[in-house]
Design a protein around this ligand. Structure first.
Ligand SMILES: [Fe+2]
Ligand SMILES: [Fe+2]
Length: 139
């Protein structure tokens, strides 16, 4: 098992609040990895707690980001929101199974979470951030 997640400054959007939220999301997903690695008798309980934290914080972060995009009239808003919604739907579907699942399945899910987040930040979040910055929007 390999830890694929870490923050790098190339992920920064230039919007401080958003960057802090991304760091927090990375750290929550990192605790999914740590829980799998430790795999102890508390596994199911720990996993259930972290996944709840992940869904709550993801919802919070997505809605903050969406209101920022909307407020400034970002033209890619609908497509971006759809990426968020699809992610929430997928995570919501798997999350009930996951606390009971084997660590191997947990690890696959962790890889999905990690790669989705890093790619989403690097491509999609950077797209709205650049658009906003080009129009002089600062946080
Ligand atoms: Fe986003
Ligand atoms: Fe984001």
């Amino acid at each position: 098992m390999v830890n694929i997640l870490s923050w790098s400054d190339s992920l920064a959007t230039g919007f401080m609040e958003v960057d802090l939220q991304h760091k927090k999301l990375i750290s929550i997903i990192d605790s999914v990895f740590q829980t799998i690695k430790e795999y102890d008798p508390e596994y199911a309980l720990k996993m259930a707690k972290i996944l709840k934290q992940l869904t709550d914080y993801t919802e919070y972060h997505f809605s903050e980001e969406e209101s920022l995009m909307k407020r400034h009239g970002f033209p890619g808003f609908e497509g971006h929101k759809k990426q968020h919604d699809d992610f929430v739907a997928k995570v919501g579907k798997e999350i009930h199974l996951l606390a009971q699942a084997s660590p191997d399945d947990g690890y696959l899910f962790y890889r999905f979470l990690g790669t989705w987040l890093l790619e989403h930040i690097a491509k999609s979040d950077h797209a709205w951030a650049e658009w906003l910055r080009d129009r002089g929007v600062r946080d």
